[in-house]
Design a protein around this ligand. Sequence first.
Ligand code: SF4
Ligand code: SF4
Length: 283
Amino acid sequence: MNDLYVLYRGPLASCNYDCPYCPFAKRVDPPHLLRADRADLRRFTGWVEATTDRRLSVLFTPWGEGLTRSWYRDAIVRLSHLPHVARVAIQTNLAARTGWLAAADPRVAALWTTYHPGQVTRDRFLARCRELDELGIRYSVGVVGLPEHYDEAVALREALPPAVYLWVNAAEGHVYTGKEERRWTALDPRFGDSVRPHPSLGLPCRAGDDAISVLGDGTVRRCHFIPAPIGNLYDGTWRAALRPRACTNSLCDCHIGYVHLEPLRLRDVYADGLLERIPAAWP
Ligand code: SF4
Ligand code: SF4
């Protein structure tokens, strides 16, 4: 049986950064929501621990920033030591301390990091990357491909070790000229995957078959982009819901979705690095 890719997103939506392109910038979660997020995550990690009949790969995709919260750090450490967990990764702005990762298994724990110019200096971000290198933690680094980020992205690429993959996400709503596309592609050879949304209606997608999206209350959906539930994690109904399906959306324009869209064959490109976004052949 194939591995099951599980994307988890609890109610947490607060973030310590204030990116102008983000609806979650500097949002503050009230204490009751933080308590609920923590309890939901505890329940989810318990499910991962108990679900030993499949190899699991888990990606935390919080709306806001998770690593400033102890419960995400603890969950990553805990899950990284489970024999049936192949990967546990999180999307993060890398603002938080990294020392806690020393307690995680570096063969399993990984980070999908994003550099947000204007929120943190390049030097400070690079210092965090060096900490990850010293800890032996796998990570990718990304930037949003806004014109005003370009010089920072070039400088970041030059400063990062060649072994670290730098990805560029097309900025939402931005239409790239041929020239712009070429210069971003020179930084990230896979920018072409991101630059335009992928027509997906009717095409086979593994989301809902061996990849699922899970909300804090256990609602299971195919992916983060099709809201219809297909089951629940905690009553076991997710198991019978898994089957190959065609996409019902006209477009798929997010990496965490279209990596499962079969005609793109991106699972071959990323292989074991699928969740933390590191192509298998990099560098
Ligand atoms: S770091 Fe991420 S979640 Fe936080 S404001 Fe920026 S884009 Fe939004
Ligand atoms: S192609 Fe994208 S939107 Fe469609 S099912 Fe797959 S992940 Fe979801």
